[in-house]
Design a protein around this ligand. Structure first.
Ligand code: ARG
Length: 576
Protein backbone atom coordinates (compact mmCIF):
# COMPACT_ATOMS: atom_id res chain seq x y z
CA UNK A 1 0.00 0.00 0.00
CA UNK A 2 1.21 3.48 -0.84
CA UNK A 3 -0.28 5.77 1.79
CA UNK A 4 1.40 8.82 0.38
CA UNK A 5 -0.06 8.24 -3.09
CA UNK A 6 -3.56 7.57 -1.69
CA UNK A 7 -3.52 10.78 0.35
CA UNK A 8 -2.02 12.74 -2.55
CA UNK A 9 -4.83 11.70 -4.86
CA UNK A 10 -7.53 12.54 -2.35
CA UNK A 11 -6.08 15.87 -1.31
CA UNK A 12 -5.30 16.95 -4.88
CA UNK A 13 -8.91 16.19 -5.80
CA UNK A 14 -10.14 18.24 -2.83
CA UNK A 15 -7.85 21.10 -3.83
CA UNK A 16 -9.35 21.14 -7.28
CA UNK A 17 -12.83 21.01 -5.90
CA UNK A 18 -11.87 24.04 -3.81
CA UNK A 19 -10.85 25.87 -6.96
CA UNK A 20 -7.10 25.33 -7.00
CA UNK A 21 -5.49 25.33 -10.45
CA UNK A 22 -5.37 22.07 -12.39
CA UNK A 23 -2.34 19.93 -11.56
CA UNK A 24 -1.71 21.55 -8.16
CA UNK A 25 0.45 19.16 -6.16
CA UNK A 26 -0.78 18.39 -2.66
CA UNK A 27 2.87 17.83 -1.56
CA UNK A 28 2.06 15.07 0.88
CA UNK A 29 4.95 14.10 3.15
CA UNK A 30 5.42 11.94 6.22
CA UNK A 31 5.23 14.25 9.25
CA UNK A 32 8.45 14.87 11.06
CA UNK A 33 6.76 14.96 14.47
CA UNK A 34 3.88 12.94 15.90
CA UNK A 35 2.09 16.15 16.98
CA UNK A 36 1.66 17.00 13.28
CA UNK A 37 -0.04 13.69 12.62
CA UNK A 38 1.23 10.90 10.36
CA UNK A 39 1.25 12.90 7.13
CA UNK A 40 1.28 16.53 6.16
CA UNK A 41 0.02 18.18 2.99
CA UNK A 42 2.04 21.28 2.18
CA UNK A 43 0.68 22.15 -1.25
CA UNK A 44 -2.08 24.55 -0.21
CA UNK A 45 0.23 27.54 0.33
CA UNK A 46 1.60 27.42 -3.21
CA UNK A 47 -1.86 26.99 -4.73
CA UNK A 48 -3.32 29.86 -2.67
CA UNK A 49 -0.52 32.10 -3.81
CA UNK A 50 -1.32 31.35 -7.46
CA UNK A 51 -5.01 31.98 -6.77
CA UNK A 52 -4.25 35.16 -4.84
CA UNK A 53 -6.24 34.11 -1.78
CA UNK A 54 -5.52 33.51 1.90
CA UNK A 55 -3.91 30.06 2.33
CA UNK A 56 -5.69 29.24 5.58
CA UNK A 57 -8.99 29.99 3.92
CA UNK A 58 -8.12 27.68 1.03
CA UNK A 59 -6.99 25.02 3.51
CA UNK A 60 -10.40 25.18 5.18
CA UNK A 61 -12.17 24.76 1.86
CA UNK A 62 -9.89 21.87 0.93
CA UNK A 63 -10.65 20.13 4.22
CA UNK A 64 -14.38 20.66 3.61
CA UNK A 65 -14.09 18.89 0.28
CA UNK A 66 -11.79 16.20 1.63
CA UNK A 67 -13.27 12.79 2.19
CA UNK A 68 -10.95 10.65 4.27
CA UNK A 69 -13.72 8.55 5.76
CA UNK A 70 -12.22 5.35 7.14
CA UNK A 71 -8.68 6.51 6.36
CA UNK A 72 -8.03 9.35 8.77
CA UNK A 73 -9.31 9.79 12.29
CA UNK A 74 -8.55 13.50 12.32
CA UNK A 75 -7.54 16.28 9.92
CA UNK A 76 -6.12 19.56 11.22
CA UNK A 77 -5.06 22.83 9.71
CA UNK A 78 -1.84 24.19 11.13
CA UNK A 79 0.31 27.28 10.71
CA UNK A 80 -0.16 29.21 7.46
CA UNK A 81 -2.13 26.37 5.80
CA UNK A 82 -0.55 22.97 6.40
CA UNK A 83 -2.99 20.09 6.57
CA UNK A 84 -2.10 17.47 9.16
CA UNK A 85 -3.52 13.98 8.72
CA UNK A 86 -3.91 11.51 11.57
CA UNK A 87 -4.45 8.01 10.21
CA UNK A 88 -7.20 5.73 11.43
CA UNK A 89 -5.68 2.63 13.09
CA UNK A 90 -8.40 0.32 11.72
CA UNK A 91 -7.43 1.35 8.20
CA UNK A 92 -3.82 0.42 8.95
CA UNK A 93 -5.02 -2.87 10.45
CA UNK A 94 -6.80 -3.87 7.26
CA UNK A 95 -3.68 -3.24 5.23
CA UNK A 96 -1.41 -5.06 7.65
CA UNK A 97 -3.61 -8.13 7.16
CA UNK A 98 -3.41 -7.72 3.40
CA UNK A 99 0.37 -7.41 3.46
CA UNK A 100 0.61 -10.56 5.56
CA UNK A 101 -1.41 -12.50 3.04
CA UNK A 102 0.59 -11.35 0.03
CA UNK A 103 4.04 -12.72 -0.80
CA UNK A 104 4.83 -9.28 -2.23
CA UNK A 105 4.03 -7.50 1.05
CA UNK A 106 0.90 -5.86 -0.35
CA UNK A 107 2.81 -3.66 -2.80
CA UNK A 108 0.75 -2.15 -5.60
CA UNK A 109 1.74 -3.42 -9.05
CA UNK A 110 3.97 -1.12 -11.11
CA UNK A 111 3.81 -0.45 -14.81
CA UNK A 112 6.85 -2.52 -15.80
CA UNK A 113 9.68 -0.60 -17.43
CA UNK A 114 12.90 -1.76 -19.01
CA UNK A 115 15.72 -0.36 -16.92
CA UNK A 116 19.36 -0.67 -17.91
CA UNK A 117 21.72 -0.41 -14.95
CA UNK A 118 25.34 0.40 -15.78
CA UNK A 119 27.51 -0.54 -12.84
CA UNK A 120 30.77 -2.02 -11.60
CA UNK A 121 32.64 -1.53 -14.93
CA UNK A 122 36.19 -2.55 -13.98
CA UNK A 123 39.00 -2.37 -16.50
CA UNK A 124 40.65 -5.31 -18.23
CA UNK A 125 44.07 -6.42 -17.07
CA UNK A 126 43.69 -4.41 -13.92
CA UNK A 127 42.63 -5.50 -10.50
CA UNK A 128 39.31 -4.25 -9.40
CA UNK A 129 40.07 -1.77 -6.65
CA UNK A 130 38.10 0.10 -4.02
CA UNK A 131 37.11 2.73 -6.58
CA UNK A 132 34.95 0.13 -8.31
CA UNK A 133 33.50 -1.03 -5.03
CA UNK A 134 30.97 1.76 -4.62
CA UNK A 135 29.63 1.40 -8.14
CA UNK A 136 29.33 -2.36 -7.71
CA UNK A 137 27.56 -2.24 -4.36
CA UNK A 138 25.20 0.67 -5.01
CA UNK A 139 24.44 -0.43 -8.56
CA UNK A 140 23.62 -3.93 -7.43
CA UNK A 141 21.22 -2.62 -4.80
CA UNK A 142 19.53 -0.57 -7.53
CA UNK A 143 19.20 -3.64 -9.75
CA UNK A 144 17.72 -5.73 -6.94
CA UNK A 145 15.31 -2.95 -5.98
CA UNK A 146 13.97 -2.41 -9.50
CA UNK A 147 13.63 -6.13 -10.01
CA UNK A 148 11.73 -6.59 -6.76
CA UNK A 149 9.26 -3.96 -7.91
CA UNK A 150 8.66 -5.92 -11.11
CA UNK A 151 10.69 -3.99 -13.66
CA UNK A 152 12.75 -5.65 -16.35
CA UNK A 153 16.35 -5.01 -15.35
CA UNK A 154 19.25 -5.29 -17.76
CA UNK A 155 22.58 -5.26 -15.96
CA UNK A 156 25.27 -3.67 -18.09
CA UNK A 157 28.85 -4.16 -16.98
CA UNK A 158 30.58 -1.51 -19.12
CA UNK A 159 33.99 -3.10 -18.76
CA UNK A 160 37.01 -1.14 -20.01
CA UNK A 161 38.05 -3.72 -22.59
CA UNK A 162 39.30 -1.52 -25.41
CA UNK A 163 42.01 1.03 -26.08
CA UNK A 164 45.59 1.41 -27.20
CA UNK A 165 46.95 -0.21 -24.03
CA UNK A 166 45.98 -3.58 -25.50
CA UNK A 167 48.91 -3.46 -27.89
CA UNK A 168 51.41 -3.56 -25.06
CA UNK A 169 49.31 -6.06 -23.09
CA UNK A 170 49.20 -8.46 -26.04
CA UNK A 171 52.93 -8.04 -26.69
CA UNK A 172 53.64 -8.78 -23.05
CA UNK A 173 51.29 -11.76 -22.89
CA UNK A 174 53.06 -13.11 -25.98
CA UNK A 175 56.43 -12.68 -24.28
CA UNK A 176 55.20 -14.49 -21.18
CA UNK A 177 53.76 -17.30 -23.29
CA UNK A 178 57.08 -17.70 -25.09
CA UNK A 179 58.70 -18.03 -21.70
CA UNK A 180 55.96 -20.43 -20.54
CA UNK A 181 55.10 -18.03 -17.75
CA UNK A 182 51.77 -16.58 -18.81
CA UNK A 183 49.64 -18.29 -16.15
CA UNK A 184 51.78 -17.01 -13.35
CA UNK A 185 52.02 -13.53 -14.82
CA UNK A 186 48.26 -13.24 -15.16
CA UNK A 187 47.58 -14.31 -11.59
CA UNK A 188 48.37 -10.78 -10.50
CA UNK A 189 46.92 -8.45 -13.08
CA UNK A 190 48.13 -5.28 -11.44
CA UNK A 191 51.67 -6.60 -11.61
CA UNK A 192 51.13 -7.81 -15.18
CA UNK A 193 49.99 -4.38 -16.30
CA UNK A 194 52.93 -2.68 -14.59
CA UNK A 195 55.47 -5.03 -16.18
CA UNK A 196 53.91 -4.59 -19.61
CA UNK A 197 54.17 -0.84 -19.24
CA UNK A 198 57.78 -1.10 -18.09
CA UNK A 199 58.71 -3.10 -21.16
CA UNK A 200 56.85 -0.67 -23.36
CA UNK A 201 58.75 2.29 -21.94
CA UNK A 202 62.19 0.64 -21.84
CA UNK A 203 62.35 -1.57 -24.94
CA UNK A 204 61.89 0.13 -28.35
CA UNK A 205 61.48 -3.15 -30.22
CA UNK A 206 58.74 -4.22 -27.77
CA UNK A 207 57.03 -0.85 -28.13
CA UNK A 208 57.14 -1.15 -31.91
CA UNK A 209 55.56 -4.59 -31.73
CA UNK A 210 52.91 -3.29 -29.32
CA UNK A 211 51.92 -0.45 -31.67
CA UNK A 212 51.64 -2.91 -34.50
CA UNK A 213 49.31 -5.08 -32.42
CA UNK A 214 46.99 -2.16 -31.72
CA UNK A 215 46.45 -1.67 -35.43
CA UNK A 216 46.05 -5.40 -36.03
CA UNK A 217 43.60 -5.80 -33.16
CA UNK A 218 41.48 -2.95 -34.48
CA UNK A 219 41.38 -4.45 -37.93
CA UNK A 220 40.17 -7.77 -36.53
CA UNK A 221 43.37 -9.81 -36.85
CA UNK A 222 42.63 -13.29 -35.57
CA UNK A 223 45.76 -13.80 -33.47
CA UNK A 224 45.40 -10.44 -31.74
CA UNK A 225 41.68 -11.04 -31.11
CA UNK A 226 42.54 -14.35 -29.47
CA UNK A 227 45.17 -12.81 -27.20
CA UNK A 228 42.80 -9.96 -26.35
CA UNK A 229 40.00 -12.42 -25.51
CA UNK A 230 42.31 -14.25 -23.18
CA UNK A 231 43.09 -11.05 -21.29
CA UNK A 232 39.40 -10.17 -21.04
CA UNK A 233 38.39 -13.66 -19.92
CA UNK A 234 41.02 -13.94 -17.23
CA UNK A 235 40.19 -10.52 -15.85
CA UNK A 236 36.50 -11.26 -15.76
CA UNK A 237 37.04 -14.64 -14.12
CA UNK A 238 38.87 -12.87 -11.32
CA UNK A 239 36.20 -10.21 -11.05
CA UNK A 240 33.49 -12.84 -11.04
CA UNK A 241 35.10 -14.29 -7.93
CA UNK A 242 34.88 -10.86 -6.28
CA UNK A 243 31.21 -10.56 -7.23
CA UNK A 244 30.56 -13.97 -5.72
CA UNK A 245 32.24 -12.99 -2.47
CA UNK A 246 30.33 -9.72 -2.38
CA UNK A 247 27.01 -11.42 -3.09
CA UNK A 248 26.60 -9.22 -6.14
CA UNK A 249 24.24 -10.45 -8.84
CA UNK A 250 26.42 -9.68 -11.89
CA UNK A 251 27.25 -12.64 -14.11
CA UNK A 252 29.50 -13.20 -17.15
CA UNK A 253 26.43 -12.63 -19.30
CA UNK A 254 26.11 -9.06 -18.08
CA UNK A 255 29.39 -7.94 -19.61
CA UNK A 256 28.76 -5.25 -22.20
CA UNK A 257 32.23 -3.83 -22.52
CA UNK A 258 33.35 -0.81 -24.48
CA UNK A 259 34.34 -3.05 -27.41
CA UNK A 260 30.69 -3.97 -27.97
CA UNK A 261 30.16 -0.54 -29.54
CA UNK A 262 33.22 -0.52 -31.84
CA UNK A 263 31.32 -1.28 -35.00
CA UNK A 264 28.91 1.60 -34.36
CA UNK A 265 31.58 4.29 -33.99
CA UNK A 266 32.50 5.15 -37.61
CA UNK A 267 28.81 5.43 -38.51
CA UNK A 268 28.13 7.72 -35.58
CA UNK A 269 30.96 10.07 -36.46
CA UNK A 270 29.82 10.18 -40.09
CA UNK A 271 26.25 10.83 -39.00
CA UNK A 272 27.25 13.62 -36.60
CA UNK A 273 29.12 15.24 -39.48
CA UNK A 274 26.17 14.81 -41.85
CA UNK A 275 23.87 16.41 -39.27
CA UNK A 276 26.24 19.34 -39.02
CA UNK A 277 26.95 18.64 -35.38
CA UNK A 278 30.56 17.53 -35.83
CA UNK A 279 33.24 19.41 -37.75
CA UNK A 280 36.86 18.80 -38.70
CA UNK A 281 39.32 20.68 -36.56
CA UNK A 282 43.08 20.26 -36.96
CA UNK A 283 42.55 16.79 -38.34
CA UNK A 284 40.31 15.64 -35.50
CA UNK A 285 36.51 15.48 -35.55
CA UNK A 286 34.94 17.70 -32.92
CA UNK A 287 31.46 18.58 -31.67
CA UNK A 288 31.22 22.12 -30.28
CA UNK A 289 28.66 22.43 -27.52
CA UNK A 290 27.18 25.78 -26.51
CA UNK A 291 25.96 24.17 -23.30
CA UNK A 292 29.52 23.79 -22.04
CA UNK A 293 32.04 26.61 -21.99
CA UNK A 294 35.81 26.28 -21.97
CA UNK A 295 38.14 28.51 -19.93
CA UNK A 296 37.90 31.25 -22.55
CA UNK A 297 34.10 31.20 -22.31
CA UNK A 298 33.76 29.70 -25.78
CA UNK A 299 31.69 26.64 -26.69
CA UNK A 300 33.56 23.56 -25.56
CA UNK A 301 34.89 21.20 -28.18
CA UNK A 302 34.33 17.49 -27.57
CA UNK A 303 36.54 15.27 -29.70
CA UNK A 304 34.72 12.26 -31.13
CA UNK A 305 37.53 11.05 -33.39
CA UNK A 306 41.23 11.71 -33.05
CA UNK A 307 43.60 12.78 -35.78
CA UNK A 308 44.99 9.23 -36.02
CA UNK A 309 41.47 7.89 -36.57
CA UNK A 310 41.05 6.54 -33.03
CA UNK A 311 37.75 6.95 -31.21
CA UNK A 312 37.30 8.10 -27.62
CA UNK A 313 35.58 7.16 -24.40
CA UNK A 314 32.93 9.80 -25.22
CA UNK A 315 32.26 8.36 -28.67
CA UNK A 316 31.70 4.99 -27.05
CA UNK A 317 29.24 6.42 -24.53
CA UNK A 318 27.30 8.09 -27.33
CA UNK A 319 27.02 4.74 -29.09
CA UNK A 320 26.20 3.02 -25.81
CA UNK A 321 23.17 5.26 -25.12
CA UNK A 322 21.96 4.74 -28.69
CA UNK A 323 22.36 0.98 -28.33
CA UNK A 324 20.43 0.95 -25.09
CA UNK A 325 17.53 2.52 -26.92
CA UNK A 326 17.69 0.70 -30.24
CA UNK A 327 18.66 -2.77 -29.11
CA UNK A 328 17.71 -2.96 -25.44
CA UNK A 329 14.58 -0.75 -25.68
CA UNK A 330 15.35 0.90 -22.38
CA UNK A 331 12.88 3.27 -20.74
CA UNK A 332 15.54 4.35 -18.26
CA UNK A 333 19.29 3.97 -18.34
CA UNK A 334 20.96 4.44 -14.95
CA UNK A 335 24.70 4.97 -14.68
CA UNK A 336 26.45 4.26 -11.38
CA UNK A 337 29.72 6.08 -12.01
CA UNK A 338 31.73 8.35 -9.75
CA UNK A 339 31.09 12.07 -9.84
CA UNK A 340 34.35 12.87 -11.60
CA UNK A 341 32.84 11.51 -14.81
CA UNK A 342 29.78 13.75 -14.64
CA UNK A 343 30.92 16.25 -17.24
CA UNK A 344 31.97 13.44 -19.56
CA UNK A 345 28.48 11.91 -19.39
CA UNK A 346 26.68 15.22 -19.76
CA UNK A 347 28.66 15.97 -22.91
CA UNK A 348 28.04 12.56 -24.40
CA UNK A 349 24.31 12.76 -23.63
CA UNK A 350 23.95 16.30 -24.94
CA UNK A 351 25.30 15.01 -28.24
CA UNK A 352 22.99 11.97 -28.07
CA UNK A 353 19.94 14.22 -27.62
CA UNK A 354 21.00 16.73 -30.27
CA UNK A 355 21.54 13.94 -32.76
CA UNK A 356 18.14 12.49 -31.87
CA UNK A 357 19.52 9.03 -31.12
CA UNK A 358 17.05 8.35 -28.34
CA UNK A 359 13.45 9.47 -27.79
CA UNK A 360 12.67 12.19 -25.23
CA UNK A 361 10.75 9.64 -23.21
CA UNK A 362 13.92 7.66 -22.43
CA UNK A 363 15.81 8.94 -19.43
CA UNK A 364 19.57 8.89 -19.02
CA UNK A 365 20.43 9.29 -15.35
CA UNK A 366 23.80 9.68 -13.74
CA UNK A 367 23.44 8.27 -10.25
CA UNK A 368 26.82 9.52 -9.22
CA UNK A 369 28.74 9.00 -6.05
CA UNK A 370 31.69 10.53 -4.25
CA UNK A 371 35.03 9.02 -3.36
CA UNK A 372 35.86 6.53 -0.70
CA UNK A 373 38.19 8.20 1.80
CA UNK A 374 40.36 6.88 4.59
CA UNK A 375 39.94 7.95 8.21
CA UNK A 376 42.40 10.77 7.51
CA UNK A 377 39.99 12.24 4.96
CA UNK A 378 42.34 11.45 2.07
CA UNK A 379 41.66 8.94 -0.73
CA UNK A 380 41.55 5.44 0.70
CA UNK A 381 45.03 3.86 0.47
CA UNK A 382 47.05 1.09 2.07
CA UNK A 383 49.38 2.04 4.91
CA UNK A 384 52.24 2.22 2.43
CA UNK A 385 50.23 4.48 0.14
CA UNK A 386 49.23 1.92 -2.52
CA UNK A 387 45.72 1.29 -3.85
CA UNK A 388 43.80 -1.14 -1.68
CA UNK A 389 42.94 -4.35 -3.44
CA UNK A 390 39.36 -5.36 -3.10
CA UNK A 391 40.19 -8.96 -2.24
CA UNK A 392 42.47 -7.87 0.61
CA UNK A 393 39.80 -5.55 1.90
CA UNK A 394 37.21 -8.32 1.95
CA UNK A 395 39.63 -10.70 3.68
CA UNK A 396 40.17 -8.12 6.38
CA UNK A 397 36.42 -7.52 6.78
CA UNK A 398 35.79 -11.21 7.37
CA UNK A 399 38.72 -11.55 9.76
CA UNK A 400 37.52 -8.64 11.83
CA UNK A 401 33.95 -9.93 11.87
CA UNK A 402 35.24 -13.34 12.94
CA UNK A 403 37.02 -11.89 15.96
CA UNK A 404 33.93 -9.90 16.85
CA UNK A 405 31.48 -12.80 16.61
CA UNK A 406 33.87 -15.07 18.52
CA UNK A 407 33.93 -12.69 21.51
CA UNK A 408 30.15 -12.50 21.49
CA UNK A 409 29.61 -16.26 21.03
CA UNK A 410 32.61 -18.16 22.38
CA UNK A 411 30.74 -21.46 22.01
CA UNK A 412 29.58 -21.12 18.43
CA UNK A 413 30.66 -24.09 16.27
CA UNK A 414 33.46 -23.21 13.84
CA UNK A 415 31.38 -23.83 10.69
CA UNK A 416 28.60 -21.58 11.80
CA UNK A 417 31.05 -18.97 13.03
CA UNK A 418 32.70 -18.82 9.63
CA UNK A 419 29.39 -18.40 7.90
CA UNK A 420 28.21 -15.68 10.27
CA UNK A 421 31.56 -13.88 9.99
CA UNK A 422 31.25 -13.92 6.24
CA UNK A 423 27.72 -12.57 6.27
CA UNK A 424 28.53 -9.89 8.85
CA UNK A 425 31.92 -8.89 7.41
CA UNK A 426 30.75 -8.54 3.82
CA UNK A 427 27.46 -7.06 4.99
CA UNK A 428 29.34 -4.42 7.00
CA UNK A 429 31.42 -3.27 4.04
CA UNK A 430 28.36 -3.07 1.81
CA UNK A 431 25.98 -1.53 4.32
CA UNK A 432 28.50 1.15 5.33
CA UNK A 433 28.51 2.32 1.74
CA UNK A 434 24.78 1.90 1.11
CA UNK A 435 23.67 3.70 4.25
CA UNK A 436 25.35 7.00 3.36
CA UNK A 437 23.94 9.42 0.86
CA UNK A 438 25.86 8.40 -2.25
CA UNK A 439 26.51 11.87 -3.61
CA UNK A 440 29.14 12.75 -1.02
CA UNK A 441 32.55 11.29 -0.32
CA UNK A 442 32.49 8.72 2.41
CA UNK A 443 34.92 7.74 5.10
CA UNK A 444 35.77 4.09 5.32
CA UNK A 445 36.10 3.20 9.00
CA UNK A 446 36.24 -0.39 10.24
CA UNK A 447 35.15 0.44 13.80
CA UNK A 448 32.04 2.29 12.70
CA UNK A 449 30.93 -0.26 10.17
CA UNK A 450 31.35 -3.21 12.52
CA UNK A 451 29.63 -1.58 15.52
CA UNK A 452 26.59 -3.33 16.93
CA UNK A 453 24.95 0.01 17.68
CA UNK A 454 23.71 2.54 15.17
CA UNK A 455 22.75 2.24 11.54
CA UNK A 456 25.16 -0.60 10.69
CA UNK A 457 24.94 -4.05 9.14
CA UNK A 458 25.65 -5.90 12.42
CA UNK A 459 22.88 -3.95 14.16
CA UNK A 460 20.37 -4.64 11.39
CA UNK A 461 21.37 -8.28 11.05
CA UNK A 462 21.12 -8.73 14.81
CA UNK A 463 17.74 -7.00 14.90
CA UNK A 464 16.61 -9.48 12.27
CA UNK A 465 17.77 -12.49 14.29
CA UNK A 466 15.87 -11.19 17.31
CA UNK A 467 12.60 -10.99 15.43
CA UNK A 468 13.23 -14.36 13.83
CA UNK A 469 13.93 -15.98 17.20
CA UNK A 470 10.48 -15.04 18.50
CA UNK A 471 8.94 -17.52 16.11
CA UNK A 472 11.28 -20.27 17.18
CA UNK A 473 10.23 -19.69 20.77
CA UNK A 474 6.54 -19.33 19.95
CA UNK A 475 6.70 -22.41 17.76
CA UNK A 476 3.94 -21.19 15.44
CA UNK A 477 3.49 -20.73 11.71
CA UNK A 478 1.39 -18.12 10.00
CA UNK A 479 -1.43 -20.61 9.55
CA UNK A 480 -1.79 -20.78 13.34
CA UNK A 481 -2.39 -17.04 13.57
CA UNK A 482 -6.12 -16.85 12.98
CA UNK A 483 -7.01 -13.92 15.23
CA UNK A 484 -7.16 -10.48 13.62
CA UNK A 485 -4.55 -7.78 14.13
CA UNK A 486 -5.59 -5.32 16.84
CA UNK A 487 -3.75 -2.05 17.23
CA UNK A 488 -4.17 -0.76 20.78
CA UNK A 489 -0.90 0.33 22.30
CA UNK A 490 0.65 3.45 20.68
CA UNK A 491 3.78 1.38 19.95
CA UNK A 492 1.74 -1.15 18.04
CA UNK A 493 0.19 1.65 16.02
CA UNK A 494 3.57 3.26 15.37
CA UNK A 495 5.13 -0.01 14.26
CA UNK A 496 2.21 -0.96 12.02
CA UNK A 497 2.08 2.47 10.40
CA UNK A 498 5.80 2.34 9.65
CA UNK A 499 5.41 -1.14 8.18
CA UNK A 500 2.83 0.30 5.83
CA UNK A 501 5.40 2.84 4.61
CA UNK A 502 7.59 0.21 3.00
CA UNK A 503 6.09 0.82 -0.44
CA UNK A 504 6.63 4.55 -0.50
CA UNK A 505 10.18 3.98 0.72
CA UNK A 506 11.11 1.47 -1.95
CA UNK A 507 9.49 3.62 -4.64
CA UNK A 508 11.61 6.57 -3.59
CA UNK A 509 14.75 4.41 -3.67
CA UNK A 510 13.81 3.16 -7.13
CA UNK A 511 13.13 6.64 -8.45
CA UNK A 512 16.23 8.34 -7.07
CA UNK A 513 18.65 5.43 -6.78
CA UNK A 514 19.24 6.21 -3.12
CA UNK A 515 19.65 3.01 -1.09
CA UNK A 516 20.44 5.05 2.03
CA UNK A 517 16.74 5.90 2.18
CA UNK A 518 15.98 2.17 2.53
CA UNK A 519 18.71 1.78 5.17
CA UNK A 520 17.28 4.67 7.19
CA UNK A 521 13.80 3.18 6.94
CA UNK A 522 14.91 -0.28 8.07
CA UNK A 523 16.91 1.19 10.91
CA UNK A 524 13.90 3.15 12.07
CA UNK A 525 11.68 0.09 11.73
CA UNK A 526 14.09 -1.97 13.84
CA UNK A 527 14.01 0.73 16.51
CA UNK A 528 10.20 0.84 16.54
CA UNK A 529 10.14 -2.92 16.80
CA UNK A 530 12.49 -2.81 19.80
CA UNK A 531 10.29 -0.45 21.72
CA UNK A 532 7.17 -2.39 20.76
CA UNK A 533 8.80 -5.62 21.95
CA UNK A 534 9.90 -4.03 25.18
CA UNK A 535 6.50 -2.59 26.06
CA UNK A 536 4.09 -5.03 24.48
CA UNK A 537 4.76 -8.58 25.66
CA UNK A 538 4.35 -10.96 22.75
CA UNK A 539 4.79 -14.49 24.04
CA UNK A 540 3.38 -13.58 27.46
CA UNK A 541 0.54 -11.37 26.20
CA UNK A 542 -2.58 -11.11 28.36
CA UNK A 543 -4.86 -12.92 25.98
CA UNK A 544 -4.43 -15.41 23.16
CA UNK A 545 -5.98 -12.88 20.77
CA UNK A 546 -3.40 -10.28 21.76
CA UNK A 547 -0.58 -12.82 21.51
CA UNK A 548 -1.60 -13.71 17.98
CA UNK A 549 -2.03 -10.11 16.94
CA UNK A 550 1.44 -9.24 18.21
CA UNK A 551 2.95 -12.29 16.57
CA UNK A 552 1.45 -11.08 13.31
CA UNK A 553 3.11 -7.70 13.74
CA UNK A 554 6.40 -9.45 14.48
CA UNK A 555 5.98 -11.64 11.41
CA UNK A 556 5.38 -8.70 9.11
CA UNK A 557 8.34 -6.88 10.66
CA UNK A 558 10.54 -9.90 10.02
CA UNK A 559 9.45 -10.11 6.39
CA UNK A 560 9.81 -6.41 5.80
CA UNK A 561 13.32 -6.35 7.29
CA UNK A 562 14.28 -9.38 5.25
CA UNK A 563 12.87 -7.99 2.02
CA UNK A 564 14.45 -4.59 2.59
CA UNK A 565 17.85 -6.13 3.31
CA UNK A 566 17.47 -8.35 0.24
CA UNK A 567 16.91 -5.34 -1.98
CA UNK A 568 20.15 -3.94 -0.60
CA UNK A 569 22.02 -7.20 -1.15
CA UNK A 570 22.63 -7.69 2.59
CA UNK A 571 22.42 -11.28 3.82
CA UNK A 572 20.99 -12.40 7.14
CA UNK A 573 21.49 -15.37 9.46
CA UNK A 574 19.11 -16.96 11.94
CA UNK A 575 21.35 -16.32 14.94
CA UNK A 576 24.55 -14.47 15.67
N1 ARG B 1 35.50 1.57 -16.87
C1 ARG B 1 35.22 2.92 -16.45
C2 ARG B 1 36.17 3.30 -15.29
O1 ARG B 1 36.76 2.44 -14.67
C3 ARG B 1 33.80 3.10 -15.98
C4 ARG B 1 32.75 2.91 -17.04
C5 ARG B 1 31.42 3.46 -16.62
N2 ARG B 1 30.34 3.31 -17.59
C6 ARG B 1 30.19 4.05 -18.71
N3 ARG B 1 29.15 3.81 -19.51
N4 ARG B 1 31.03 5.01 -19.03
O2 ARG B 1 36.34 4.48 -15.05
Amino acid sequence: MNIQAILSDKISAAMQAAGAPEGSDALVRQSAKAQFGDYQANGVMGAAKKMGINPRQLAEQVVNHLDLEGIASKTEIAGPGFINIFLEPTWITTHVERALNDPHLGLSPVKPETIVIDYSAPNVAKQMHVGHLRSTIIGDAAARTQEYLGHKVIRANHVGDWGTQFGMLIAYLEKMQNENASDMALADLEEFYREAKQHYDADPAFAERARGYVVKLQSGDEYCRKMWRKLVDITMQQNQETYRRLNVTLTEDDVMGESLYNSMLPGIVADLKAKGLAVESEGATVVYLDEFKNKEGEPMGVIVQKKDGGFLYTTTDIACAKYRHEVLHADRSLYYIDSRQHQHLMQAWTIVRKAGYIPDSMSLEHHMFGMMLGKDGKPFKTRSGGTVRLSDLLDEAIERAQALIRTKNPDMPEDELNNVANVVGIGAVKYADLSKSRTTDYIFDWDNMLAFEGNTAPYMQYAYTRVASIFKKADVTQADLTSPVMLEDPREIALATRLMQFEETILQVARDGTPHVMCAYLYDLAGLFSSFYEHCPVLTADTEAQRQSRLKLALLTQRTLKTGLDTLGIDTVERM
